[in-house]
Design a protein around this ligand. Structure first.
Ligand code: SF4
Length: 672
């Protein structure tokens, strides 16, 4: 089935886009994925902003955005441009505009691109509940168009580009009342503005659909790609600037970004990337570059997988986890309505099973709140089969009960001890169907669940999966799962989901396995794991995840839970939504975020937003439970959801008041 937002769900193809020039840099068309970031200095500080821009350009940032919150700031872009010219820094500049169309008109004279936010270019956010008749709604759109048209005309005359940059958290009241804060609302919000551009014969447009919720961001970009393809069938479309907004800092910020941006790149969506981290902006650039190269590493690939007979998902514009049956031992069974399970792949059975088991248990206990729900070990010879029971017994003796899955060659299929909770068979090593039959038969007799590990090139996946399903059917084995290993892992997982659906086995759980690549740095390895696993999880595919090669088992478990939280599938810690800061920021965001994290980082499932300014903060903190927002120099507003409950308090009392507020709302627990 064709999904209009991408050419082929089972092969990487970059979305066909027109080139939009931003000064000397082209976005879209055949250009590489461009990397961009944003300054955090006061825009009236010419030297400071020029210094930061120069630094960003020196680390590989190809486009730099600068906020222009007022006419004075917009005017000062001329001085910044002049200073950059003096320093021979040629990087194109983008003015970031919220609420101030007059500042956009000025900024267009000095910078190569203007970013407008459709939610607040011509509207003030009041969170008002209004009912619009069709006529009143049309009048509102005309009012917005009249405000926007002069900017389009000026950009056309001066050869500037415009980014129509929608944010999930800052949709206009008009859009909210008709569509809610949904991906559909985000798309409508942007389309209101593109109509004006096209009426004026202006096409140098880039779009973005950002959200701090990775699933919402993915759905909105997909939906926009589809809607634009429907408007101009067969023609190259407008390029997309992709990002996950307010991703936070540290590893979690990187993981969220790799999931959201990576999942879009898998679909060929994304012509320029900005990673929004609550860190100095130069730290964003290498992360964005790494995500760009991981996400579209293979380039366009011509593969002939054939029609699997069913789509991989019924609805790519909403998150629907596949509906699966429950398989495995009670308490840690996989699939159905159980959370996505976390397993660790240890590789070969340890040569010293007793000591390894004791070390393993000690290590896993360093994260007592994060359950390791399964261990996978490789059994390649009869000796390691014999060590397995010793290993299992030693784990029990050390005080833990963890199901063990064994990855076993089909010719060792008759030999596994009673401790084995699941058998994993690599279909690629099965030379003929007799071996698959023997494995399925042995599992059926011993009532041991069997995971068919389908490995190979993506063209081989459907055939290997069919053979495995047929072997299961001949053995009358129901307790099966499937995993897949391929050089195109996200596309291969989709193919497996589609083929299972086509074969009437849509309820077979899928295990997502990921092995660290030997050449990856620690950071790239994390980004790659988040990208590969997160993209499938956001597709609704995956009932368990298993990492291999990430060092100590506790590290793999911790990383797995972070990825699941980043994909919004399993919450195991506090969710922090913090803005990257910009020229509007009223406090030190990095330091404040660290401080608040230290006080509240044990509140599992509580979402806390830390936003630098009152202009955009309340709107953009989206679905946070509590908000800490700069309201003036040294002053803070506190929010419960979208409601302002504590106004303009001194910042040295704000942390305590936030904790009190969390306590009053019944969400506080004392740290262990
Ligand atoms: S919320 Fe943060 S990044 Fe957004 S405008 Fe305010 S200070 Fe800048």
């Amino acid at each position: 089935m064709a999904h209009r937002y991408l050419a082929d769900p089972f092969a990487p193809h970059r979305r066909s886009t027109r080139e939009v020039r931003v000064g000397d840099v082209g976005i879209g068309g055949s250009n590489p994925i461009r990397i961009q970031s944003m300054t955090t200095t006061d825009t009236r500080d010419t030297q400071g902003t020029a210094d930061q821009t120069e630094l960003l350009a020196s680390v590989g940032c190809e486009i730099v955005r600068i906020t222009a919150p007022s006419l004075t700031d917009a005017e000062n872009l001329a001085a910044i441009r002049k200073e950059l010219d003096r320093r021979k820094v040629r990087v194109p500049l983008v003015a970031d505009i919220h609420f101030t169309p007059n500042a956009a008109m000025v900024a267009a004279q000095y910078v190569e691109k203007i970013r407008i936010n459709p939610g607040n270019f011509a509207d003030k956010k009041k969170f008002a509940v209004l009912e619009y008749t069709d006529a009143a709604y049309a009048e509102e759109i005309e009012r917005v168009a009249e405000k926007f048209r002069p900017l389009v005309q000026r950009c056309k005359k001066l050869g500037r580009a415009i980014r129509i940059g929608t944010n999930h958290g800052s949709l206009s009241d008009r859009i909210m009342n008709r569509f809610g804060d949904t991906p559909a609302g985000m798309v409508e919000s942007a389309l209101e503005f593109v109509d004006v551009c096209e009426d004026e014969g202006f096409y140098d447009i880039v779009f973005s659909m950002k959200s701090s919720n990775t699933q919402v961001a993915i759905q909105a970009y997909r939906l926009l790609a589809t809607r634009l393809a429907e408007r101009s069938p067969g023609e190259p479309s407008y390029p997309f600037h992709v990002g996950v907004t307010e991703a936070g800092d540290g590893e979690d910020g990187r993981i969220k970004s790799a999931i959201g941006i990576g999942a879009l790149l898998v679909d060929g969506i994304g012509d320029t990337i900005r990673v929004s981290l609550t860190e100095p902006p130069e730290e964003e650039v290498p992360v964005a570059s790494a995500i760009a190269s991981i996400g579209f590493e293979s380039g366009d690939v011509a593969v002939e997988v054939g029609d699997p007979g069913a789509p991989f998902t019924a609805d790519p514009y909403a998150h629907n986890r596949r509906v699966t049956r429950s398989v495995g031992p009670t308490d840690t069974d996989i699939g159905s309505n159980h959370p996505v399970r976390v397993e660790v792949d240890l590789g070969a059975v340890p040569s010293d099973p007793k000591q390894t088991a004791e070390t393993l248990v000690r290590n896993l206990k360093t994260y007592p709140d994060l359950a390791c729900e399964g261990i996978v070990v490789d059994v390649s010879d009869p000796n390691s089969v014999r060590s397995l029971q010793t290993f299992s017994d030693a784990i029990g003796d050390a005080g833990m009960s963890i199901p063990i899955a064994v990855c076993v060659a089909p010719d060792l299929v008759a030999q596994w001890p009673a401790c084995v909770a699941r058998v994993v068979i690599r279909t690629a090593t099965a030379r003929d169907d007799a071996l698959l039959d023997a494995a399925a038969m042995r599992c059926a007799e011993s009532r041991t669940p069997l995971e068919w590990n389908i490995c190979g090139d993506i063209e081989e996946i459907s055939d290997r999966l069919d053979r495995a399903l047929e072997a299961s059917a001949r053995a009358e084995l129901d307790e099966i799962l499937v995993s897949v290993e391929s050089s195109l892992p996200v596309h291969a997982a989709r193919l497996v989901a589609a083929r299972l659906e086509a074969r009437g086995a849509s309820d077979v759980p899928i295990v997502l396995r990921h092995r660290r690549l030997a050449d990856d740095s620690d950071e790239t390895a994390v980004l790659r794991a988040a990208h590969v696993l997160g993209a499938s999880l956001c597709d609704g595919i995956g009932d368990a995840i298993a990492l291999e090669g990430f060092g100590e088992p506790a590290r793999a478990v911790d990383l797995s839970y972070r990825i699941l939280q980043g994909a919004r599938l399993r919450t195991s810690r506090t969710e922090f939504i913090s803005c990257p800061s910009c020229g509007r920021t009223l406090f030190d965001l990095v330091e404040t975020t660290e401080r608040i994290k230290a006080r509240t980082g044990h509140l599992v499932g509580v979402k806390i937003a830390i936003m630098g300014c009152i202009v955009n903060g309340p709107g953009e903190m989206a679905d946070a439970d509590f908000g800490y927002v700069g309201s003036g120099p040294g002053r803070v507003n506190l929010y419960v959801s979208k409601d302002l409950v504590v106004r303009n308090i001194p910042d040295d009392t704000a942390d305590d008041r936030l904790v009190e507020l969390i306590r009053e709302r019944g969400r506080w627990v004392d740290p262990a």
